[in-house]
Design a protein around this ligand. Structure first.
Ligand code: NAD
Length: 316
């Protein structure tokens, strides 16, 4: 891949989109960045603001506000646009409205001739990724959601804290829906190559499983806790999107838990859910199937069933 051709379009320049944009600038992760939003003035203001920091950033990024025709030759289009839940509104009604938002975005995006990778952050991210796949007609491997990448980062941070180990040496994954029914595959959780179960069993009571289950709950409830404290979450997802972007543009073949179309993996089909995937310049090279135990397999089944039920009445 030619390094000077890294072009990213962000559609939806709210808190999530711009947190991601700021990480791209800080880490010099692309060469051209286009900001699109229904509110064009906002996108223009955001482009100006970022450009004014360029002199201090160590980056030569070309940043501008743009429209759909500018997406034609983008390597990745990242959708962070969405409408928020109205008071008293049901989740399925929100879903229907966001499906309409996606139609208004993906139709002109595809008409531009865009043929890159579509990365979705809008919630509920698994269902929105599935909708994006249907609307775009792109191969499933080129449409992915941020899935449980952020949840997995939260898990590693908390587990690392419990064992006083660098989170980068924690190998553990949150799987399934990015939401209520997500779960940790504890049978596949390790510090280096030593399983957490074995570490607990041989620690003479120093480390126990109950605090780990409390961590799982904390991960599940993190977004709500942050939203209660500061109304929205954006830095963590911004960095998660950056990590996914690096894996894709850098042709890294890195493993990240993104929302991917399941086609028989984990015994599931016709659904997008968070699973470990090998990511490279083509998108999702492969879904990695972990050897889940019986309880975890049932949790995966429940999570996918919930996602299928939620998405089945959406008209697109
Ligand atoms: P926000 O309200 O700050 O920004 C949304 C932006 O979308 C606004 O600028 C709005 O003008 C734009 N928009 C709305 N409709 C549009 C359309 N048709 N075309 C183009 N732009 C349009 O919201 P936010 O805090 O940035 O959150 C964005 C989304 O990201 C939400 O769905 C949120 O739930 C989700 N999110 C996902 C994760 C994750 O882990 N996947 C984490 C945090 C937030």
């Amino acid at each position: 891949m030619i390094m000077n051709s890294r072009k990213i379009v962000i559609i939806g320049t709210g808190m999530v989109g711009m947190s991601y944009a700021y990480t791209l600038l800080n880490q010099n992760a692309c060469d051209e960045l286009i900001l699109c939003d229904l509110d064009k003035t906002r996108a223009e203001g955001e482009a100006m603001d970022l450009n004014h920091g360029l002199a201090f950033s160590g980056s030569h990024m070309k940043i501008s506000a743009g429209t759909y025709p500018d997406c034609k030759d983008a390597d990745i289009a990242v959708i962070c646009a969405g409408v928020a839940q109205k008071p008293g509104e049901e989740r399925t009604a929100l879903l229907q409205r966001n499906a309409e938002v996606f139609r208004s975005i993906i139709e002109p995006l595809m008409e531009s001739g865009f043929h890159g990778i579509l990365l979705i952050a809008t919630n509920p991210v698994d269902i929105m990724a599935q909708i994006a796949h249907k609307l775009s007609g792109l191969p499933a491997g080129r449409v992915l959601g941020s899935g449980t990448a952020l949840d997995t980062a939260r898990l590693r941070y908390l587990v690392g804290g419990y064992f006083s180990v660098d989170p980068r040496n924690v190998h553990a994954y949150v799987l399934g829906e990015h939401g209520e029914t997500e779960f940790v595959a504890w049978s596949q959780a390790y510090l280096a190559t030593k399983s957490l179960a074995e570490i607990c069993d041989t620690s003479h009571g120093k480390f126990q499983k109950e605090p780990l289950y409390a961590i799982e709950n904390e991960v599940r409830n993190s977004a709500q806790k942050i939203i209660q404290a500061k109304k929205a979450t954006y830095y963590g997802i911004g960095l998660s999107l950056l990590r996914i972007t690096r894996a894709l543009l850098g042709d890294e073949n890195s493993i990240l838990t993104v929302s991917a179309a399941l086609n028989g993996e984990y015994g599931e089909s016709g659904v997008y859910a968070g699973v470990p995937c090998i990511l490279n310049r083509q998108g999702i090279r492969e879904v990695l199937v972990l050897p889940l135990n019986e309880k975890e397999s049932a949790q995966m089944q429940h999570s996918c069933h919930t996602l299928r039920e939620l998405s089945k009445n959406i008209l697109i």
